[in-house]
Design a protein. Structure first.
Length: 433
């Protein structure tokens, strides 16, 4: 080094809590990501100064950054705050020295000693400090990203990752690097990932796909994998780099929007459009395979009177409570929708008209237990129902809906709070129709 040229020191700041300022040492090159975008390159350097604020930061240095340094490249640990016990452990390791972050005089003395111990020019030029500075800066940069990032070699072993990937796996980098997916993931999942990597290395290029993954904390999240095969100097596949973008919030919003598009906003029952879409599938299945399919049309009795006497808020509450009662009495495959106002439709797959009558009666009795009470008065809910059989050739359920509406009209005419037709009257349409 020419006389008078200040020593060059790389500084890697791994502190989360920064109590002391960076040391004002001549020739200091900070290798952490620089918000200003500057990147001062150190072509020669005496050592790496590593600023830590405790055990976690020291472990981070040992596991993630220290392996990047050549075996003969010294590092000095700066403690902020100073911890004598940790300092003793550090100097017993392969660190060149250790001192307090704010002990500028000690840091300058250490730098002077390293300068005297440094090899002559021929050896000095061989020190890869510029490349090391870039490696340390790159690792520190990708560690700031909340997106899990990993790199595998051509043998599909992990060779690098960032802190977010550690959080995803639940292991430290030292327990990931050098391992295969079979060492860190459940066997069934590992086989899927391994096959994907083999196919990707064979085909080359990039991959982008969505999937659901389970994080180490047990949470299941929607992610997009972005993966690319990188090549060696001869153009052959040399490994895979990948990143995982968490899209859980976006997918939750998409699912929420799908629900909103498919349901009635007030009651949560399906809307009529969704009812007809689902009914079309059931009608097609009936036409192909035969069997039973029943339609029940329901009206909330005296709904206009409830709105007029107790207010629209109570009317809305009546609708919501009625829908809640109905859902409690349905199977997963049953299709329940609000047709408009106080009219609802219920399609019962694999259910005969007699079975539909039993379901409707169970619902009617449950609805009779609902009482609404507000300062204007009290009302007990009731419903009227009309039932019809669905026939294989009734495309769009037009005939079944017409028969069920007629039956509903008869139920209302009979005094409401009842179901028509009753089994002994026969069903619409008759089995011979």
């Amino acid at each position: 080094m020419p006389e008078g040229q200040p020593p060059r020191l790389l500084l890697l700041d791994l502190r989360k809590s920064k109590r002391s300022a960076l040391p004002a040492v001549a020739g200091l090159v900070v290798v952490n990501p620089n918000p200003g975008g500057e990147c001062t390159e150190a072509t020669t350097a005496l050592a790496v100064l590593v600023a830590i604020d405790g055990e976690a930061a020291y472990t981070d240095w040992i596991q993630r950054f220290h392996p990047m340094c050549p075996s003969n490249f010294p590092h000095v640990v700066l403690l902020d705050p100073y911890d004598p016990e940790l300092a003793r452990r550090i100097v017993r390791s392969d660190a060149a020295d250790c001192c307090a972050m704010d002990d500028l005089e000690r840091i300058e003395l250490i730098a002077a000693r390293l300068e005297q111990q440094r090899p002559l020019t021929a050896c000095r030029d061989a020190l890869p400090s510029s490349r090391l500075a870039h490696l340390l800066r790159l690792q520190a940069t990708v560690d700031t990203l909340p997106i899990p990032i990993f790199i595998k070699d051509r043998d599909r072993r992990y060779i690098a990752c960032n802190k977010a990937f550690e959080g995803f796996i639940g292991l430290a980098a030292a327990d990931i690097v050098g391992k295969t997916v079979f060492d860190i993931a459940p066997d069934e999942m590992a086989r899927v990932y391994e096959k994907s990597d083999i196919d990707h290395l064979a085909s080359g290029g990039t991959q982008t796909y969505e999937t659901r993954v389970r994080y180490a904390d047990g949470s299941v999240r929607d992610v997009i994998f972005h993966k690319a095969v990188f090549l060696d100097s001869s153009g052959q596949p040399d490994g895979i780099v990948g990143a995982m973008l968490d899209i859980s919030e976006r997918k939750a919003l998409e699912r929420r929007l799908e629900v909103l598009a498919a349901t009635d906003f007030l009651t949560g029952a399906y809307n009529l459009r969704t009812f007809y879409e689902l009914a079309h599938h059931e009608q097609s299945r009936l036409a192909r395979n035969g069997g039973d399919l029943a339609l029940v049309v329901m009206d909330l009795d005296h709904f206009k009177d409830i709105n007029d006497s107790l207010g629209h808020a109570t009317g809305d509450d009546a609708l919501r409570k009625f829908v809640g009662v109905v859902k409690e009495n349905l199977r997963q495959q049953d299709i329940f929708a609000r047709a408009g106002g106080d009219e609802f439709r219920l399609l019962l797959p694999d259910t005969s008209a007699e079975g539909a009558h039993l379901v409707a009666e169970r619902i009617r009795k449950a609805v009779n237990q609902v009482v609404l009470n507000n300062p204007r008065g009290l009302v007990r809910l009731s419903i009227s129902c009309g039932i019809a059989r669905c026939l294989p050739d009734d495309e769009g359920l037009d005939q079944a809906t017409l028969h069920a509406d007629d039956a509903l009209y008869q139920a209302k005419a009979a005094g409401r709070n009842c179901i028509y037709p009753v089994p002994e009257q026969g069903w619409f349409p008759a089995p011979s129709s």
